[in-house]
Design a protein around this ligand. Structure first.
Ligand SMILES: [Zn+2]
Ligand SMILES: [Zn+2]
Length: 271
């Protein structure tokens, strides 16, 4: 019997004494819903499958061991695209060769192999929504450490047309929604700006960087609904995986052609 009341320690003391204000209440209710979901329809840990115990594990979709095992050891990363450097210093070869790329800086959290790859598969294809909380937490922490109390504008990389209809959801859009909702917890707050739209284009997978850029040319366009307002001066693009950086760069150049001055990219994985 995996679920014992005595294991629910983060929940002790709820509700009246520890709830201050609406934000705290929503935060706790959100966690409670994931806890109840895990209780009635157990997903288990996304990586090792053990039953999840307690509210925090259910909220992140990961057991405590797997959660802490995802931390990456410090090493030197490219200061532009954040891929790990092996024999280079400062920036990687690809970034040095692609000088003046439209996306000013890119931060990616995890490599795209092994357990990290399984993590994305569980989220993207297994629709394990709890992992969205884990990813959103990573992004919120980095925004809070960098935005100096200013409002942060997030632009999601748009999904290909028809994807949401076909698959029922888009993993980047769901993450964006979470960031919008949880953004109140970050000083300065977060505003979501869906100012980009993607038109139909050929498959990207087998193309190299320049092929991808060519393939996306005029296929990522400003979203008309947003054109009435001036775009902000600085935005953060959000995507799940960065491979060659072509998609982020095409998005960034569209934004810059519309007057945005600084475009940063935040991705969950680098491939
Ligand atoms: Zn686990
Ligand atoms: Zn780089």
């Amino acid at each position: 019997m995996p679920y014992k009341l005595m294991d629910i320690s983060p929940w002790r003391g709820f509700p009246i004494t520890s709830v201050f204000g609406k934000a705290a209440l929503n935060f706790r209710l959100g966690r409670l819903l994931f806890f109840l979901r895990e209780y009635f329809f157990p997903f288990g840990c996304a990586l090792c499958g053990v039953p999840l115990i307690g509210i925090n594990e259910a909220w992140y979709g990961l057991c405590k061991e797997c959660h802490s095992g995802l931390e990456i050891e410090a090493q030197e990363y490219c200061e532009i695209c954040s891929k790990p450097l092996i024999s280079e210093h400062g920036s990687c070869l690809a970034c040095r060769n692609g000088e003046g790329r439209p996306c000013d800086k890119i931060k990616a959290f995890f490599p795209y192999y092994g357990k990290y790859r399984r993590l994305l598969a569980a989220y993207k294809f297994g629709k394990n929504m709890a992992l969205g909380n884990f990813f959103a937490g990573k992004i919120l922490a980095i925004i809070a450490s960098l935005n100096q109390g200013q409002e942060t504008i997030i632009v999601p990389v748009p999904p290909r047309p028809g994807k949401i209809k076909e698959k029922g959801w888009d993993q980047v859009e769901y993450l964006t929604k979470l960031l919008g909702k949880e953004g109140k917890s970050v000083p300065g707050g977060i505003k979501i700006c869906r100012c980009l739209k993607r038109l139909c284009s050929g498959a990207q997978k087998k193309l190299d960087r320049s092929g991808r850029i060519e393939n996306l040319k005029n296929r990522i366009v400003p979203n008309r609904a947003y054109l009435r307002d001036a775009l902000p001066k600085c935005v953060i693009l959000i995507d799940d995986v960065i491979t060659t950086g072509a998609t982020l760069d095409v998005c960034a150049s569209v934004l810059k052609s519309r007057g945005v001055e600084k475009v940063y990219g935040l991705c969950l994985f680098y491939d």
